[in-house]
Write a protein that binds this ligand. Structure first.
Ligand SMILES: *Cc1c(COP(=O)(O)O)cnc(C)c1O
Length: 214
């Protein structure tokens, strides 16, 4: 089933849109089956879970961190992941920079935008994103590669559209600015119920869990 789910989603994705299998809470067999179905990128919210999976699956796939990163997990996350999608404060950006410096690596990151301006969600408000990217760009051992947003969880995906539109607008605006040491390439928006709308609004990375592992 998982295999077929992956293949169906991949068949329907427009070219240039990357599918991240969001696999928090899934076991090794489930994740393996997704990889057999053609998954090339795995998203993980928890460093510990990722570590176990990476031991077995390794670099057959790329690994995106998509959870809320805590300070005491930064060092490990820098070692394990190919990109951290959820940089939501300058403090954590600085910690990633420092850990990357001591690992002798440059860590690609996305800035998490709290497009719904929700109290309970992490991320930078859209109106603060430009300033945030400018500051983050000065940290030499991280590289801002784009933006990520969750958007409010709404029953009707159409209702999420304005939040994706605003994040895309912010993404394009940052592209027009002359900020050194960044490469605005990735716009990660959309989950199982909203990814089609997100793609229409310009997402080139979608993070899908339940529609794959249901
Ligand atoms: C769980 C999760 C997803 C996938 O959500 P589904 O609704 O299961 O597709 C995407 N992004 C993040 C950050 C998640 O935590």
């Amino acid at each position: 089933m998982i295999k077929e789910n992956v293949q169906k989603i991949l068949d329907e994705l427009p070219e240039g849109v990357e599918l991240v299998a969001a696999c928090k809470g899934r076991n090794l067999d489930e994740v393996r089956e997704a990889v057999e179905g053609g998954i090339k990128v795995i998203g993980q919210n928890y460093v510990q879970e990722a570590e176990e999976l990476i031991k077995v699956i390794g670099n057959k796939v790329r690994w995106h961190f998509i959870g809320h990163l805590q300070k005491n997990k930064v060092k490990k996350a820098v070692r394990l992941f190919d990109i951290i999608e959820t940089v939501d404060s300058l403090k954590i950006a600085e910690q990633i920079h420092k850990a990357s410096l001591s690992e002798n690596k440059v860590m690609p990151i996305l800035v998490e935008v709290n497009s719904g301006r929700e109290k309970q969600k992490f991320g930078v408000f859209p109106e603060d994103a430009i300033d945030f990217v400018k500051k983050a760009s000065q940290l030499n051992n991280i590289k801002v590669m784009g933006l990520m947003t969750m958007g409010p969880m709404l029953g009707d995906p159409e209702d999420a559209r304005p939040y994706f539109t605003e994040t895309k607008r912010t993404f394009e605006k940052i592209k027009t600015l002359d900020i050194s040491n960044i490469e605005m390439r990735c716009l990660s928006m959309g989950m199982s119920n909203s990814y089609k709308v997100a793609i229409e609004e310009g997402a080139n990375i979608v993070r899908i869990g339940s529609k794959i592992f249901k």
